[in-house]
Unconditional design. Sequence first.
Length: 137
Amino acid sequence: MPITIRGEIVQANQVVLDQVDFFQSDNYTRVTGLIPSSLVSKIFYNNVQQSWPLISGLGIPDAHVTSGYIYFNEIPGNPGFYSIRFRPNAIGFWRNLLSYPAGQQIVAQGFDVIQNASAVGQGLSTSLINPQGGCGC
């Protein structure tokens, strides 16, 4: 059974964008036409399985991807190429397992979800220290 494993670092409450590949028995020709019910999905947060269902992401923009669901669809105009999206809602380790039972294949994706880095060190800062070294009295 072929297994693919990947890992990435992403920010909390940001949409995770990734792709998954499933191949026919020649391990070269892509499987086309898969839908969410063709796969078995399990997602874990810090080694605890979450009950997030795999649903169709076709026609759903990234801005409408919500936590609690895993969005899957064949990429329009690219048969056999599949998009997977979800929005992790907590900092920690997330792991998504997609199994294609008919083709005996598993894709494992790991994501280290970190705090948003954009909140650090931006903008002006003020100081209440007197430049002359006195107390300002």
